[in-house]
Ligand binder design. Structure first.
Ligand SMILES: Nc1ncnc2c1ncn2[C@@H]1O[C@H](COP(=O)(O)OP(=O)(O)OP(=O)(O)O)[C@@H](O)[C@H]1O
Ligand code: SF4
Ligand SMILES: [Mg+2]
Length: 333
């Protein structure tokens, strides 16, 4: 039996925009049919990773493999046969849908881009079930995007992204521009489609409750680098990196009793500039546990199961201090 290739393999990805080190050595693998959430503060480089994968920007260095094929150095033309393997859904459907095109044309567009000319009848035949799959009526094909609500427009984006049956979907904050009242239904739709169709997904988000609901694995990004990777269960139960611990502590908890008992860890200042990241551990300027070595030595990635955490205080068994409970003055004594 031949096993399926990984949907996505990223090795040492670097994306510098001139002096801006947006992505600085990211490695990540997503197996077929799995969902990895990419989380981290605004400006940490999450969207840039997604944009490199779909080649909206040309990476400075590193390797991107989609469905087993190294697409890093393929020309636009060579890329065509591989285009079908990956799609992207953006945050703002109003900005990502061409206002002059009918919904039916928008949904069918990836078929044309993949180099196939699709006759009108066949196009309509492919678009109707695609719209129904995302909870829209087939008549919507004859409407323009501005005639639809935000939630409906994002359903159109999802239909377009899935029309070519991709092995991998990049979903870049797909609900955060939507009205709060429709966010859950679009998220539910994405989860249902993922379970039914089984595509792999890089799910970029700020929303940790969505992560809990949708993701198999979590990758935590800080200032252009991954600081922790692991299964959703492990990261929620035993986050190893101080930054992951702080992120989880900052997220609201559904249970009001637990919410009141928590001691939130304040991350304090804003993310440092990607123009001039701190030496050693990039998190050290905000880490409550930082000590002298953190300024001089880049922490190595300590393996934890299939994942890792990059912090000097994480032990080979994946344990270490927890900023949510530790007294910083005692950590190193
Ligand atoms: N085209 C560009 N030119 C210059 N700098 C850029 C460009 N795109 C992104 N950046 C910078 O790269 C860094 C990472 O940006 P990116 O949009 O990837 O972050 P993000 O994690 O997706 O943030 P958010 O959560 O706000 O979407 C930021 O400092 C940003 O200003
Ligand atoms: S290496 Fe040092 S600064 Fe970085 S997260 Fe660990 S303790 Fe904090
Ligand atoms: Mg982004």
């Amino acid at each position: 039996m031949t096993s399926q290739p990984n949907a996505l393999e990223i090795e040492d990805l670097v994306m510098h925009f001139g002096p801006v080190r947006a992505v600085d050595g990211v490695s990540l693998t997503i197996a077929a049919g799995r969902v990895t959430a990419l989380v981290g503060e605004s400006g940490s480089g999450k969207s840039t990773v997604g944009r490199c994968v779909v080649r909206l920007v040309e990476p400075t260095a590193g390797v991107v493999r989609i469905a087993g094929t190294d697409v890093t150095h393929l020309s636009r033309r060579q890329l065509r046969p591989h285009r079908d393997a990956v799609s992207i859904v953006f945050q703002d459907p109003a900005a990502s849908l061409d206002p002059r095109m009918l919904v039916g044309e928008i949904v069918a567009e990836p078929l044309r881009l993949a180099g196939r000319r699709v006759p009108r009848r066949e196009r309509e035949a492919r678009v109707a079930p695609q719209l129904e799959r995302v909870g829209l009526r087939a008549e919507v094909a004859r409407r323009y995007p501005h005639e639809l609500s935000g939630g409906q427009r994002q359903r159109v984006s999802i239909a377009r992204a899935l029309v070519s049956e991709p092995m991998l979907l990049i979903a870049d904050e797909p609900t955060s521009a939507l009205d709060v009242s429709v966010q859950a239904s679009v998220l539910n739709l994405l989860a249902d489609l993922q379970r039914d169709i089984g595509f792999a997904c890089l799910f970029i988000t700020h929303d940790l409750s969505a992560v809990e609901y949708l993701a198999d694995d979590i990758a935590v990004m800080y200032l252009g680098q991954l600081v922790e990777k692991g299964s959703r269960e492990r990261i929620f139960a035993r986050p190893a990196h101080p930054y992951t611990q702080a992120l989880l502590a900052a997220a609201p908890v559904a249970d009001p009793v637990r919410q009141r008992q928590r001691q939130p860890v304040l991350l304090g200042d804003d993310l440092p500039s990607a123009l001039d990241p701190p030496s050693g551990c990039r998190f050290r300027t905000r880490c409550p546990l930082a000590f002298d070595r953190c300024a001089t030595e880049v922490p190595r990635q300590v393996p934890i199961g299939d994942g890792m955490a990059a912090c000097h205080l994480v032990q080979p068994d994946g344990t270490g201090p927890d900023v949510r409970t530790a007294d910083p003055s005692e950590v190193l004594s």
